[in-house]
Design a protein around this ligand. Structure first.
Ligand SMILES: [Zn+2]
Length: 174
């Protein structure tokens, strides 16, 4: 005790907290709560996104995709070299593909995803995706991301009936 947390960790938590705030926005819209932000090399947030699959009726409205689109628009370049992305739960394969293709160098996520998260710790997971992202950091504010997700599905169980059932079962098993 009394030991200061390394600066790197404080920064990661700071950005993850911003992503969690966005996840909360999804929650309020009756969306599975997932948030993402893109940060440039100077530490500036250049893109924000939160899950809007239900609102926009399309599975490509994941938090990461929206955050990346905004970042590219902001810097007028699809190459996000030396940028980082913070996501509250592990990205799915679609988003991981976009993160890789956008040349994002660092991926930080909170909790593992019981939904469609890519299993990055699995050694058989395609190296093609992993090797292009220089740093992958996980478990940042993990509990908060996990609790938000659990709370969402608990509430939906009582209100929205079957709409979220498939995902709910996955959360229950996690
Ligand atoms: Zn995704």
């Amino acid at each position: 005790m009394g030991k200061k947390a390394p600066k790197k960790l404080i920064n990661e938590e700071f950005y993850m907290r911003q992503a969690l705030k966005l996840a909360q926005k999804s929650f309020e819209l009756n969306e599975v709560p997932i948030g993402a932000i893109v940060v440039d090399a100077n530490g500036k947030i250049i893109g924000r996104g939160y899950n809007q699959v239900e609102t926009k009726n399309c599975q490509n409205k994941h938090a990461e995709i929206i955050a990346i689109e905004k970042a590219c628009k902001k810097i007028k370049d699809w190459r996000l070299n030396s940028c980082s992305i913070y996501v509250t739960i592990a990205p799915c394969v679609m988003c991981l593909g976009l993160i890789t293709l956008s040349r994002i160098e660092k991926l930080v996520y909170g909790a593992q995803s019981p939904l469609y998260g890519a299993d990055l710790d699995n050694i058989s997971f395609p190296n093609l995706y992993k090797k292009h992202i220089k740093i992958i950091s996980s478990g940042v504010l993990e509990d908060e991301a996990k609790q938000l997700l659990k709370r969402f599905f608990k509430e939906k169980r009582s209100s929205h009936g079957s709409k979220f059932r498939t995902d709910q079962e996955k959360i229950d098993r996690s």
